[in-house]
Ligand binder design. Structure first.
Ligand SMILES: Nc1nc2c(ncn2[C@@H]2O[C@H](COP(=O)(O)OP(=O)(O)O)[C@@H](O)[C@H]2O)c(=O)[nH]1
Ligand SMILES: [Mg+2]
Length: 190
């Protein structure tokens, strides 16, 4: 069993985005501990609300949260909290996002607008974020400038592409967020 260095600083990171964008997958890919996962087979009732916008083979939906952890060196570990992006989970938001250092927002270029709601909630909480485009096989590719404009990103907000099933690109996305957040002036004081 993997034992954590007790002196390691734990930092909370939110992983969010719309239904089916790859939150559970990226946390499973990144986590060095067996990820906790609260999934339920979608019910017929749920299927009325969870729109499957081009998402194939999706038979489970996250009802609570996913949790994983990844160490960055000996001193720092990121605790990943997968947070549902659907409107009906708004009530969970304040609790789940409290104390978060930053958020990784997953988006899919087939339905970029589906990430706006989550980005709005994160901005309301004053949490810094990076956007990771999860590259599905039929996701169209656009020039970065067009994507930044479509997402209405601030110039310094990181925008990266990943495959949530692939550790290298997923880690790259998480590091883009960590670098962005850790170099904020407010954090340099402590
Ligand atoms: N092709 C491809 N499929 C993915 C990728 N990420 C997730 N999936 C699949 O897309 C579906 C939805 O992913 P999931 O992680 O459950 O989405 P969540 O609702 O955001 O937690 C699952 O069937 C995944 O296996 C990816 O990067 N590429
Ligand atoms: Mg999920």
């Amino acid at each position: 069993m993997y034992l954590r260095n007790p002196d390691q600083q734990l930092v909370k990171v939110i992983v969010s985005g719309p239904f089916g964008v790859g939150k559970t997958t990226i946390i499973r890919t990144l986590s060095e501990i067996p990820p906790l996962r609260t999934e339920e087979v979608m019910t017929a009732t749920g299927s009325l609300v969870d729109h499957l916008h081009g998402v194939r083979d999706k038979t489970t939906t996250t009802v609570g949260l996913d949790y994983g952890r990844i160490s960055l060196g000996d001193d720092l570990a990121l605790c990943l909290f997968g947070t549902p992006g659907q409107k009906r989970f708004h009530a969970l938001w304040e609790d789940l996002t409290r104390g978060a250092l930053g958020a990784l927002v997953l988006a899919d270029t087939r339905r970029i607008g589906d990430s706006f709601e989550v980005m709005g909630m994160i901005e309301e909480q004053g949490i810094e974020y990076a956007v990771a485009l999860n590259d599905f096989p039929d996701s169209p590719h656009y020039p970065e400038e067009d994507l930044r404009q479509a997402l209405d990103l601030a110039p310094d907000t990181p925008l990266v592409t990943c495959d949530a099933r692939d550790r290298g690109t997923s880690l790259n996305a998480l590091l883009a967020l960590a670098e962005h957040v850790l170099k904020l002036p407010a954090l340099e004081q402590s």
